[in-house]
Design a protein around this ligand. Structure first.
Ligand code: BGO
Length: 270
């Protein structure tokens, strides 16, 4: 049975969507070795059944918190057939950080832009089609608590499982991409790291993530650390801050082009 992982920030509406997809076909257990609740269910659609795994709500995918570690381990090691990321559109910039983290994994991904009903009240306009084109992945619009858009979501889950949609790479500036590709080339020699996750692991190493360091040979680590030091020198900043700033630059670019807030429009025309 194909597996779909459901991710999203806390309060994005993930539980509402999980319940709508799985109905009464769900069970609750624990993630292995920890007392964090694990919810799984089955989506039955067009005579097919799909396993839906609800991952803990997270803002990011660092190894610093238990919830984030559970979510990233599942995405990297269990390699679900599809990742569905729920986005609260009223907080789109904050929610997009997790999206950038998941895009970097280069896996079959689908976005759910939830809380559509709140947009009109708050006078926010979002050009979903253009965002979808720019990110290279489908986006389904929902108001989950009002059960709007859920049929479209089920249909798109079926479609994305049949024809996987992989996100575009986030293109950073040339000097950053240069160091990233050199680290990537070193990681290419590492057998313990799965092929598709290599760019993501390279980024995590730049961010100072210790979890993958033990999978990498000592000589390669020395070379990687030299490249990270070079990056920090070039930018005169800590590498983890450089990476998050690059991601926020990307988000600001997307939101500047495709998210319009009425009060901001008024302010600028004053
Ligand atoms: C309460 N639109 C709106 N307006 N609200 C939504 C939508 C949507 O599309 N989708 C979900 N919600 P979770 P996580 C609540 O519980 O699924 C609401 O953390 C309340 N509760 O109903 O739990 C949803 O799993 C009392 O709201 O999110 C829920 O991601 C008053 O968003 C909240 C008002 O959804 C979080 C709301 C006692």
């Amino acid at each position: 049975m194909k597996t779909v992982a459901l991710c999203g920030n806390p309060n994005s509406g993930k539980t509402t969507i999980f319940n709508a997809l799985t109905g009464s076909h769900q069970h609750v257990g624990n993630w292995p070795g920890v007392t964090v609740e694990k919810k799984e269910g089955k989506l039955k659609y067009n005579d097919e059944e799909y396993r839906i795994v609800d991952l803990p709500g997270t803002y990011s995918l660092t190894a610093n918190s238990m919830d984030e570690r559970i979510a990233r381990d599942f995405l990297i090691k269990d390699n679900p057939d599809l990742i569905v990321v729920v986005v609260d559109q009223t907080n789109i910039e904050r929610n997009m950080y997790l999206v950038t983290e998941i895009m970097e994994m280069q896996k079959n991904t689908l976005l759910v832009f939830n809380m559509s009903d709140e947009l009109e009240k708050r006078q926010i306009k979002i050009d979903i089609n253009s965002i979808s084109k720019e990110l290279g992945i489908p986006i389904v619009k929902t108001s989950a608590n009002k059960k709007i858009g859920l049929e479209d979501l089920k249909k798109q889950i079926e479609g994305s499982l049949k024809s996987p949609q992989y996100p575009e790479n986030l293109n950073y500036d040339e000097s950053f991409e240069n160091i990233l590709s050199q680290i990537n080339n070193i990681i290419e020699q590492e057998k313990n790291i799965s092929e598709k996750s290599k760019r993501w692991v390279s980024l995590k190493l730049i961010e100072g993530d210790v979890e993958f360091r033990e999978d990498i040979s000592k000589d390669n680590l020395t070379q990687i650390d030299k490249l990270i030091a070079q990056l920090e020198k070039q930018n005169d900043d800590d590498a983890s801050i450089i990476v998050s700033e690059k991601k926020y630059d990307f988000i600001t670019k997307i939101s500047g082009k495709y998210v319009k807030r009425k009060n901001l429009v008024n302010n600028t025309s004053d």
